[in-house]
Write a protein that binds this ligand. Structure first.
Ligand code: GDP
Length: 698
């Protein structure tokens, strides 16, 4: 049977998970250790633990209480473990003296667990103490320390700061107040007080006994410990232990902590006769502490049970009123959110239908067609000399101009790297749609910077990347024939004719808009008259330059316009020309001259647009099979697998980003933990009842 203390420690740690305040309000008894500096307090604690673990030295003053939980691990060690431990013990010499594998230490507040190096334990204790500034002197916030070993008993000890004893006259009032409140907090019922006094100091002056008496006037909860018996005569020592001068119900235990001169065992054997009716030795002290704590715990069972029950009732009521008893854990919440995400991604699949894919690609590739047209034709056509060629169909020079340019343009278009280009357009488009979905989802962690945002994006990128290059290659391979020859049927030509007119009209609209904006900008400064003057000035200068009348001073003359204004004016004129040109081309390709594919040389807009459509259709075919089907199939699978790898902490962090969910989860957790604690306590009470009955029957 696991000791009662151990079970209560477990219950306490369950309550601790709710909040430290919770375990304070439902107080399970602990042993509070007090003693003035150098009284031998550290030696006593270390003897109970069996290990040198407290930082020492003149500068080291404890500023915070240490809540020391000892857990006996003996029952848990089976034969195999035992052999392992023995082996480890043998190799200990090589691992360094401060490491003991039979001791594992936890600092729950620091999330540091299973430390086996005691120099690390000491340094963490120093760090935690130094968190309290010298200005504050002491803090009520305890350091939690759990030591698990087969060599320690199940005990809960609280080591109070050494300051508590130095209540001297020159201390500031504020410190006195702090010490008082710390004492009030820890030395009250149902805690047991372990008051440590040194034998070489008169008990009347023992600060530990004084402090104990203030909180436990009848001496019912105080156990006295007298250290350093070896420093006084055995007779004197025995007198102190006999509990006559300052009686305590639980009496005094005398100890001699190992020092250079004598061992405890040697000392008591030598002076056996003196200590006949006394309680002595560290062993005795340990045993006594275990029994006292068990008894006190047992007494506290019922009242604690009632308090817990009340707490649970309150919590359950709140849970019903506020959350309608709806069960929610961080994981179920996360999974429900992931379901929403998956559903939205599934809907996204419909959005990426073939026709939608085409229109996404068209947006970008049409722009490429316009760029090629501008580079290979329009810039030329703006030049008046070439414009003259347009009507002149029989002119050989003209024919060759149109033919060569069309070949050049077709090759530019088909050699753009359509494979990579289209694959990356669609990849980016999926990612940006995914971001839109994430943005609409509720918890912030789905959004920028939230860890799920990054996680989901990374998964999407990973799934898409897997097929990126093979898809790009496939597309590129399949458009290869178009690099050599393209056959265009009359129906395709007619469609393309209409579409290219629309495309040019769209472009014309853009040019007109830009022109309009620029005009507003230019007339804003000085009215339309000044604009006319500016344009005229620029046109004249261009004419001068074109006509090669290079009168340098005239070309450099700025007509009183600023450089920026001149640049803007030039741009305006360019737009004007482009506008005229587009109007002309729209009329031209709409007309009889572009009736069929035979006239493709002179109607490059229609021809290129027709090729563009073929490229797009081919690309879409493969993008759909190679990239999209695979993405929509594998993304949810990858998502599930990555989600299942998330740590509990990550999931909780995610859920708690939403305030309402966080409250819901907290309350549910509180309720669950209270139920668990209460359940354990109920079992303990039942067990107590049965064993009492059995004892009676015996
Ligand atoms: P603390 O300041 O109350 O924690 O006291 P320590 O345990 O650090 O002990 C203070 C000093 O007293 C140390 O030098 C110990 O070695 C010494 N000491 C502790 N117990 C005994 C004892 O039983 N006999 C003797 N002779 N010295 C002791």
């Amino acid at each position: 049977m696991v000791s009662l203390t151990r079970q209560m420690i477990e219950i306490r740690s369950i309550l601790n998970k709710i909040s430290n305040k919770m375990s304070e309000s439902i107080s399970l008894p602990a042993i509070v250790v007090i003693g003035s500096q150098s009284s031998g307090k550290s030696s006593v604690l270390e003897s109970i633990v069996g290990k040198d673990f407290l930082p020492k030295g003149d500068n080291m003053v404890t500023r915070r209480p240490i809540e020391l939980t000892l857990i006996n691990t003996k029952e848990n060690i089976d034969e195999e473990d035992h052999q392992l431990n023995e082996k480890k013990k043998r190799t200990k010499i090589f691992t360094g003296g401060d490491i003991d594998d039979d001791y594992l230490v936890d600092f729950p507040q620091l999330r540091e667990y299973n430390i086996s190096s005691f120099s690390k334990v000491k340094s963490l204790l120093v760090d935690l103490n130094l968190q309290v500034s010298t200005k504050e002197f002491i803090s009520e916030e305890p350091i939690q320390l759990v030591i698990k070993s087969s060599k320690v008993p199940d005990l809960q000890l609280i080591d109070l700061p050494g300051y508590i004893q130095i209540e001297s006259v020159d201390q500031p009032a504020e410190l006195k107040h702090k010490i008082r409140s710390l004492c009030d907090k820890y030395l009250q019922k149902p805690n047991i007080i372990l008051a440590i006094s040194s034998a070489d100091v008169d008990l009347a002056n023992s600060t530990a006994l004084k402090a104990a008496r203030q909180m436990d006037q009848k001496g019912e909860r105080t156990l006295g410990v007298i250290t350093k018996l070896d420093l006084v005569s055995p007779g004197q020592a025995a007198q102190m232990l006999l509990n006559k001068k300052y009686p305590l119900k639980m009496g005094y235990v005398g100890v001699v902590n190992n020092n250079k001169k004598t061992t405890e065992k040697g000392y008591f054997e030598k002076n056996k006769l003196f200590f006949k009716n006394c309680q002595f030795s560290n062993r005795k002290l340990r045993k006594k502490l275990i029994t006292i704590l068990e008894m006190t715990m047992s007494k506290e069972l019922k009242p604690t049970f009632i308090k817990l029950q009340q707490e649970l009732d309150n919590t359950s009521y709140r849970f019903k009123v506020e959350f309608n008893d709806r069960q929610l854990t961080p994981r179920t919440y996360l999974l429900s959110q992931i379901d929403v995400l998956k559903l939205a991604v599934k809907e996204l699949q419909d959005l990426f239908s073939r026709s939608e894919l085409k229109s996404i690609l068209r947006q970008e590739l049409d722009q490429e067609v316009l760029n090629i047209l501008a580079a290979n034709y329009w810039n030329d056509l703006e030049n008046e000399n070439v414009t003259n060629l347009v009507g002149n169909t029989s002119d050989e020079k003209a024919l060759s101009y149109w033919h060569k340019n069309l070949e050049l343009s077709t090759s530019s278009l088909t050699k753009l790297g359509i494979g990579r280009m289209t694959t990356s357009i669609i990849t980016n488009s999926i990612l940006s749609e995914l971001n839109n979905i994430l943005y609409v989802l509720q918890p912030n962690s789905f959004k920028q910077q939230g860890f799920l945002f990054t996680l989901v994006n990374d998964i999407a990128i990973q799934v898409l990347n897997k097929n990126f290059y093979s898809t790009a290659d496939q597309v590129e391979n399949c458009i290869k024939p178009f690099k050599y020859e393209v056959e265009i049927e009359q129906r395709d030509w007619d469609d393309s004719k209409q579409n290219s007119v629309l495309l040019l009209k769209e472009e014309l609209k853009q040019v007109e808009e830009n022109k309009f904006l620029l005009k507003n900008l230019l007339t804003g400064n000085g009215g339309s008259k000044q604009l006319q003057q500016l344009l005229q000035f620029i046109k004249q200068r261009v004419a001068l330059a074109n006509g090669k009348v290079l009168e340098m001073n005239k070309l450099e003359y700025d007509g009183g316009f600023s450089k920026i204004l001149l640049e803007k004016g030039k741009k305006y004129i360019d737009l004007e020309k482009r506008e005229q040109l587009l109007k002309f081309r729209i009329k031209f390709i709409n007309g009889k001259q572009c009736r069929d594919a035979k006239s493709m040389d002179k109607c490059p807009e229609i021809y290129l647009k027709a090729i563009n459509e073929k490229l797009i259709s081919t690309a879409v075919l493969f993008l759909n099979i190679e990239l999209l089907s695979d993405f929509f199939y594998n993304f949810p699978i990858e998502l599930d697998s990555k989600i299942s790898e998330l740590s509990i902490d990550d999931i909780e962090m995610f859920a708690k980003q939403d305030n309402k969910i966080s409250k819901h989860i907290e309350l549910q957790k509180r309720k669950d933990l209270l139920e668990l604690a209460l359940n354990k306590m109920n079992n303990l009470l039942l067990y107590e009842k049965i064993s009492k009955k059995q004892n009676k029957n015996l």
